[in-house]
Design a protein. Structure first.
Length: 441
């Protein structure tokens, strides 16, 4: 009987919501509607709007500004939401509008929050979101840089959506299928606000497998950019090459821009080792900063070829060596040979994609810190970085310091850096990048 009464109350609540004057949306058209209008759409078979109530902990998190609702945080929902369906979340006690989000049936994060009030998904809505994001990047755009992240997902109010600009090409990367129903107004707004002529679509692995017909990873959505080709962009006055349709992520790693510039400032008259170099970002900045010589290390032969091309793009003629192979093995080999450098940068890929991998990741950071510390010459500098979101900044810096102390070599942490201006962070899980500058006494 008690369960029957709860079910009856839930049916009554859904009926009240859908027949009320609450603002909802039709995700097919993006048009805001009253509850009664939504009910009419339902009768025509087009309903994609869902009324939802959350469990106490999830409701508290949303009220505090968190952009995610996990499957276990949903207490009640109406209808049969699909990926991309608009979800209207209501307060458990007084049925007031709590937030609006998009439902993701293919992710444990079932709701990605868009706003705390009513809204209309349209080109105008996207343009307002994108314009606000671009305004945050204005200080960066005043420098001799035409490559930047226009949208950093949840941190800019557009969850699971990344938009990176490389000159006249904008790369849209989707980590969820929630945006497919809104592609037309989204693409129009990106082209307008981004000031670009070409749009390229990149899809996360799970999204690519579920993408609707007409969309695929690496697809050129509009413009003159030729799929598979490289483009040249500027970063603090230096030229770099990227492949937006086939390269890692969106073609390049823009998040370390500030650290690459800082390494260039520290590199004068120093020998430099750039470990996990990829396309040679740190290497090029170091050489441009008048380094005596630069050695780039990466396991990818293709990446090392790209690093060489980036050196050539800037007409940098200094001594540049490349070593292809496993970083741990190559660092051990250099130690056995008695090699040392004045400036060592170690910026590995993410070691922890899941929480269970964190202990192994910390062990890898510890090993790299010890190896790097022993390769730094007296009065040299060791730069250690992490892009593992599962590893907190506190964990990373504590692990690095412990490892350095164990070597018996005295290092002083002089600088800590995090995300550049085009990678704003609005919630704890959105933070991932941390970098420390350790000076050897």
């Amino acid at each position: 009987p008690a369960m029957a009464r709860r079910e009856e109350r839930h049916r009554w609540w859904c009926s009240e919501v859908l027949n009320s004057d609450y603002i909802a949306m039709d995700s097919r058209t993006g048009i805001a509607m009253s509850g009664s209008a939504v009910l009419q759409k339902k009768r025509k078979g087009h309903l994609k709007t869902t009324a939802i109530k959350l469990k106490p902990a999830a409701e508290k998190a949303v009220k505090q500004g968190h952009p995610w609702v996990f499957e276990g945080g949903i207490a009640k929902l109406s209808g049969d939401p699909q990926t991309g369906s608009v979800t209207i979340m209501f307060d458990r006690k007084d049925n007031k509008l709590l937030a609006v989000g998009l439902y993701d049936a293919d992710s444990p994060i079932r709701i990605k929050v868009l706003d705390r009030g009513s809204l209309k998904i349209s080109r105008d809505w996207f343009e307002k979101k994108l314009s606000a994001a671009r305004k945050l990047r204005e200080p960066l755009l005043l420098s001799d840089t035409n490559s930047y992240r226009l949208v950093n997902g949840e941190n800019d109010g557009l969850p699971s959506l990344i938009a990176d600009v490389y000159g006249s090409v904008l790369v849209l990367k989707l980590y969820s299928g929630i945006w497919f129903p809104y592609m037309e107004p989204l693409l129009e707004a990106l082209k307008q606000v981004g000031g670009v002529t070409s749009l390229v679509l990149r899809l996360g692995r799970s999204v690519a497998a579920l993408a609707p017909k007409g969309y695929r990873d690496g697809q050129v959505l509009c413009g003159a950019y030729l799929e598979g080709s490289n483009i040249v962009f500027r970063e603090h006055g230096l030229k770099f090459m990227a492949n937006p349709s086939r390269g890692h992520k969106t073609g390049y790693f823009l998040d370390h821009r500030h650290n690459r510039k800082r390494v260039g400032e520290l590199a004068k008259n120093r020998s430099v080792l750039d470990v996990f170099s990829y396309a040679g970002g740190f290497s090029v900045h170091a050489m441009a900063g008048a380094a005596l010589e630069v050695t780039s290390v990466d396991i990818s032969q293709q990446a090392m070829q790209l690093a060489k091309k980036n050196m050539a793009l800037n007409d940098l003629q200094g001594a540049h060596k490349v070593k292809v192979g496993d970083a741990f093995e190559l660092l051990w080999e250099m130690l056995r040979q008695g090699t040392s450098f004045d400036l060592v940068i170690i910026d590995p890929p993410s070691f922890a994609k899941a929480q269970a991998e964190v202990p192994g990741a910390l062990n890898s950071y510890r090993r790299l810190a010890k190896l790097g510390a022993k390769l730094v010459a007296s009065d040299g500098i060791l730069v250690l970085a992490s892009c593992s979101s599962r590893v907190s900044a506190e964990q990373f810096f504590a692990t690095c310091q412990e490892a350095l102390d164990e070597t018996g070599i005295r290092y002083r942490l002089k600088e800590k850096t995090y995300h550049d201006v085009d990678h704003p962070i609005s919630f704890a899980e959105g933070a991932y990048l941390k970098c420390g500058y350790y000076f050897r006494s």
